[in-house]
Design a protein around this ligand. Sequence first.
Ligand SMILES: Cc1cc2nc3c(=O)[nH]c(=O)nc-3n(C[C@H](O)[C@H](O)[C@H](O)COP(=O)(O)O)c2cc1C
Length: 187
Amino acid sequence: MRVPLELRRAYKLLNHGPTTLVTSAAKGRTNVMAAAWTMPIDFDPPKVSVVIAEGTFTRELVDASGEFTLCVPARAQLDLVYAAGTDSGRDEDKWAALGLKAAPASRVKAPLVEGCVGWLECRVLPEPDVQRKYDLFIAEVVAAWVEDSVWKDGGWDFSAGDDSRPIHHLAGGVFFATGERLQARKP
Ligand SMILES: Cc1cc2nc3c(=O)[nH]c(=O)nc-3n(C[C@H](O)[C@H](O)[C@H](O)COP(=O)(O)O)c2cc1C
């Protein structure tokens, strides 16, 4: 079940570097694309950065709306994540083509992708030069959600099964799944 996550803990959804799905909505369309180049950049209020390349349909919708979501997909969604990062919403409705279900977000128009294990609703903090030069978008996280079956004691816990582990893109459609949990000793 999707449950709200305190905003000051939102960085934990991206701290381990998972591949994400970026959703967007504008001009009467919604879209979804894969993005590996994301990272948290502040705790409270939480901020994130993501590269959204010029020429993608996502870029057009984010430029128009100033909003997006970052959803953290699970290993069970591997093939559709790769397809969402290969096909363009300009040519097809990826929701229908990939059998993706959208759920309404709470603070932005871009929808959440069902079946993911984490969700961040984001509003762009405009930095036109950085966006134009580097395709880099900085955004404030205005709502965060997590799948409660993989979240225990304030952090990820994938001991219940491998299918819900996030995935990490190497290149060319090869991914790792999030691995073993290791606790370092205090120095
Ligand atoms: C695993 C994976 C990760 C990707 N990461 C990014 C990324 O961080 N930023 C980006 O602009 N494109 C990234 N891409 C490429 C876009 O997802 C791709 O160009 C997509 O087709 C754009 O879709 P759209 O035109 O519907 O927006 C990635 C692709 C894959 C397969």
